[in-house]
Design a protein around this ligand. Structure first.
Ligand code: FES
Length: 122
């Protein structure tokens, strides 16, 4: 099982292929935001990779990052990423301090919209 390390929180074993946003909430117990429910619309699920940033990227993530002009190195949308290898991330978008009433809508087990895989833009 892949290991997910969350900076300042700990290291957790995660089911192979689990959506990163769900692992952050269910396995690591963090207050990671996911306002749109994992549809690559809101960008509140973004995290900063420390180790293991995936080379592949869904077209939806690529389009959303470009539209929102999110270009910082290592910043990715956790709803569009599967835990299929060891990775370490920093939380950069949490409920605490956000002023939101909750973390966001329910997130499905499968990546939505149906993923079209591409290479990440560097
Ligand atoms: S973009 Fe909204 S939860 Fe990922």
């Amino acid at each position: 099982m892949p290991k997910l390390t969350v900076d300042g929180v700990g290291t957790f074993e995660v089911a192979q292929g689990k959506r990163l946003v769900k692992a952050l909430v269910e396995d690591a117990g963090t207050d990671q935001l996911h306002a749109c429910g994992g549809f690559s619309r809101c960008t509140t699920c973004r995290v900063e990779f420390v180790v293991g940033e995936p080379e592949k990227m869904t077209q939806a993530e690529k389009d959303t990052l470009a539209a929102r002009e999110i270009t910082a190195p290592g910043v990715r949308l956790s709803c569009q990423i599967q835990c299929d290898h060891d990775m370490a991330v920093k939380l950069v978008s949490r409920l605490e301090g956000s002023g939101r009433k909750d973390q966001g809508s329910q997130v499905a087990d499968e990546i939505q919209p149906d993923p079209v895989w591409t290479e990440k833009t560097s």
